[in-house]
Design a protein around this ligand. Structure first.
Ligand code: ADP
Ligand code: MG
Length: 397
């Protein structure tokens, strides 16, 4: 990576402000999946080994700039203490005197977790001067800055961007370094044998990556409700299938823009649909056979086979987004077929995005995947132009 990391600077004994990604799924204060906390351990341990005081900051959910106990990071402090096998001090604010006191009282090697940065509206606002002002307050108790929150690196927030104006050095943590290195291999992959699989609900989330990767890849396989937007834009019947107006408009625009290059873009040839009037009634039909009142919830078996064959033969493959409404069985079959094929693909394979990652875990093929990104949105934005704004704000090597 072209940016400085913890190992490139003399930081021993200093106080670190570390932005981590602890945006974990919570149910009633219990952490459902601690993958992101585990992913932050190498960076935290490396700073402990260098006798740094470690101040961690992060966001959780969307509390919209207000203190809301539902979005407290306290459960993450408890989980982190278990994983580190050492105490973690939790401070119920992220700026101000409480933080200063806790840092003052800490000794080298101690770990402090600050409360959700998004309890302040200045963390995440379009007004850059407020973001920078907030960054100055966050930076106050620390000597230097580490960004190891890959999943938040596509955002110029107080804790990912504002702080970099006030601390030196500003370096990348090992998770950010690993993510950037692996995704750079995807971004720079030779076109021959480079396959991109995109699913999920909305065209808007994927349009940037379609534009950037279509010229670079050999095939782009489209699945999920996103496909219905293209079907509808082309005048096909999609019945009661999920499709928002914006997705349909964007699909129509892309069709016009990409005229002549569309042969690389592959769409489902069949679908698995459900009768909304009688949910027990399901049918697998050709793509042009969706009936009014029916809801296409997955790619069909023929498409699943086609996509799996292409994925298995790929030299490089990047996958983001499920092929259907996979939380609703049996409409998980298309997504699971792609996950299985990813596991069997001997090429360089990368998965990004929460829902596709859980499919890979459900199939038990995670070990066969070269890289599973901790950031859905961040990995997509990186692949748009090979850069992420919060990473660009760090010191060069
Ligand atoms: P990821 O989290 O992997 O980036 P997205 O968030 O873009 O993926 O999309 C995931 C959501 O899209 C899931 O909740 C899934 O149920 C939904 N989805 C995908 N295809 C369909 C479909 N055909 N009908 C209804 N929902 C769908
Ligand atoms: Mg999602």
């Amino acid at each position: 990576m072209h940016k400085a990391t913890i190992l490139d600077r003399d930081i021993a004994g200093k106080t670190a402000l570390v932005r981590v990604d602890f945006n974990v799924p919570l149910t009633d204060g219990t952490i459902d999946d601690d993958t992101r906390i585990e992913a932050a351990l190498p960076g935290i341990n490396s700073l402990i080994e260098q006798n740094c005081k470690v101040i961690l900051c992060a966001h959780l959910g969307r509390p919209d700039g207000q203190v809301n106990p539902k979005f407290s990071l306290r459960p993450c402090a408890d989980r982190l203490a278990e994983l580190l096998e050492k105490p973690v001090t939790f401070v119920d604010d992220c700026i101000g005197p409480k933080v200063a006191e806790a840092v003052e009282a800490a000794v080298p090697g101690d770990v402090i977790l600050l409360e959700n940065t998004r309890f302040y509206p200045q963390e995440d606002t379009k007004d850059e001067s407020l973001v920078i002002e907030f960054g100055e307050k966050l930076a106050a108790p620390a000597d230097f800055y580490v960004n190891d929150a890959f999943g938040a690196c596509h955002r110029n927030h107080g804790s990912t961007f504002g702080v970099t104006k006030f601390l030196s050095p500003c370096v990348a943590g090992p998770l950010v370094e690993l993510e950037i290195d692996q995704l750079t291999k995807v971004f720079n992959a030779p076109p021959e044998g480079f396959v991109v699989v995109l699913g999920g609900a909305k065209v808007k989330d994927k349009i940037g990556v379609i534009r950037s990767l279509l010229p670079k890849c050999e095939k782009m396989l489209i699945g999920g409700a996103m496909s219905w937007a293209f079907f509808k834009a082309r005048g096909m019947e999609i019945g009661a299938s999920l499709c928002d107006d914006e997705s349909e408009q964007l699909a129509r625009k892309l069709d016009q823009e990409l005229a002549g290059k569309l042969d690389k873009l592959v769409f489902p040839v069949d679908v698995h649909m459900r009768n909304t009037a009688n949910p027990d009634e399901r049918a697998q039909v050709p793509a042009d056979g969706i009936l009014p009142g029916w809801d296409a919830l997955d790619i069909g078996p023929e498409t699943a086979k086609q996509y799996a064959d292409i994925v298995r033969a790929a030299k490089t493959v990047f996958w983001n987004g499920p092929m259907g409404k996979f939380e609703d069985k049996p409409f998980d079959e298309g997504t699971l077929a792609v996950a299985r094929a990813m596991g069997e693909c001997p090429g360089f394979n990368v998965v990004g995005g929460g829902d596709s990652v859980s499919a890979v875990n459900q199939m038990g093929v995670a070990d066969a995947i070269d890289h599973i990104s901790t950031g859905g949105g961040a990995s997509l934005e990186f692949l748009e132009d090979g850069k992420l704004s919060a990473v660009e704000a760090l010191d060069d090597k």
